[in-house]
Design a binder for this molecule. Structure first.
Ligand code: DGL
Length: 260
């Protein structure tokens, strides 16, 4: 099985990390589109263009069988068009885990952290509306502009990142939120800071494990034998930090720069 995975940067590697726990005997190609990051502050048309360029690259260069959009923002803007344009490609997207959050909250107060584009997107709005009609839960939605850049720079435990999170999380802290949806694949990388700022036991929801299970099940249906090594190749469209790659994946992987 050949798997193409992409995100605007290194955040999608949190999904790859979950895949490494479950998927064997496959080749995985990851593109960090750092030249165009952050996606979350771009228009839906721009995000769709980047996503289609990456999909075409994967298909032309590596003949992938499966595409994983390891980015909530790109899933919202592009998954429908990609599925329409490539009906033979298996496409798995990433969506904020508000459904499990609605199921797990004890206080009935749920926080959602995501990029501005994801929160504004139709997909998110529809899902939040459907779930809110089924169960009474107060949602504290917060866009986090600038957080992706902090994470890409490796600025996780810095004063600036802590202050940004302090101001965004303040209403959640004051209002008994017990469950926070990490609606951007970069945000699991600041989980510790979020827990520290919230000063309480929290359920943090991210979707890497669910994506890994989905890929395994779809792979089995198409005859994938889940045995042997998982080979990972890494590409980026501008500079990335090898140290961050190592911190997420737990090993060194040299990234090649590509022009997209
Ligand atoms: N990691 C991405 C997401 O899940 C996108 C972040 C960005 O580039 O704004 O939404």
């Amino acid at each position: 099985m050949k798997i193409g995975v992409f995100d605007s940067g290194l955040g999608g590697l949190t999904v790859v990390q979950a895949l490494t726990q479950v998927i064997k005997g496959a080749e995985l190609f990851y593109i960090a589109d750092t030249k165009h990051a952050p996606y979350g502050e771009k228009s839906p048309e721009q995000i769709l263009r980047y996503s289609l360029d990456i999909t075409n690259y994967f298909l032309k260069e590596y003949q992938i069988d499966v595409l994983i959009i390891a980015c909530n923002t790109a899933t919202s803007a592009a998954i429908q068009t990609i599925r329409e344009q490539y009906p033979d490609l298996i496409v798995i997207g990433t969506e904020p885990g508000i459904k499990p959050a609605f199921e797990q909250t004890q206080t009935g107060k749920v926080g959602v952290l995501a990029t501005p584009a994801t929160l504004k997107g139709e997909k998110y709005q529809q899902l939040a509306g459907t779930l809110s009609a089924q169960k009474e839960v107060v949602l504290y939605e917060q866009a986090c502009p600038g957080l992706v850049e902090q994470i890409e720079k490796g600025e996780i435990h810095t004063d600036k990142t802590r202050e940004m999170l302090l101001s965004w999380l303040d209403p959640m802290k004051k209002n008994d939120v017990d469950t926070i949806v990490l609606g951007c694949t970069h945000y699991p990388l600041v989980s510790e800071v979020i827990e520290h700022v919230m000063e309480r036991r929290l359920t943090l929801i991210h979707t890497g494990d669910a994506i890994a299970k989905r890929l395994l099940s779809l792979g089995e249906q198409t005859g994938h034998r889940n045995e042997g090594a998982l080979k990972i190749s890494l590409f980026s469209t501008a500079n990335i930090s090898n140290e961050i790659v190592h911190n997420i994946i737990g090993r060194e992987i040299d990234a090649k720069t590509i022009n997209l």
